[in-house]
Design a protein around this ligand. Structure first.
Ligand SMILES: [Zn+2]
Length: 72
């Protein structure tokens, strides 16, 4: 208990439990609120960190276009 900084739900403050989720290509460990069912996975956390740091997230398509532009 209290091992993770993300052990509290950001919506209701309830306890989060670690759960294995199965994505389209891989499985990952996320956190799920036992009270309201809010799910936090590593990708969401990473995106939040990037947004907080002021980074712009690029879609794969946009990255490809940018790379093409650089090569041209
Ligand atoms: Zn909750």
């Amino acid at each position: 208990m209290g091992k993770s900084p993300f052990s509290r739900c950001s919506r209701c403050g309830g306890n989060m439990v670690q759960e294995i989720f199965f994505g389209p290509t891989e499985q990952f460990t996320g956190l799920k609120c036992v009270i309201c069912g809010e799910v936090i996975d590593p990708v969401i956390l990473q995106n939040r960190e990037l947004m907080r740091a002021g980074h712009v997230l690029l879609l794969p398509k946009e990255r490809g276009a940018a790379a093409e532009y650089i090569h041209a």
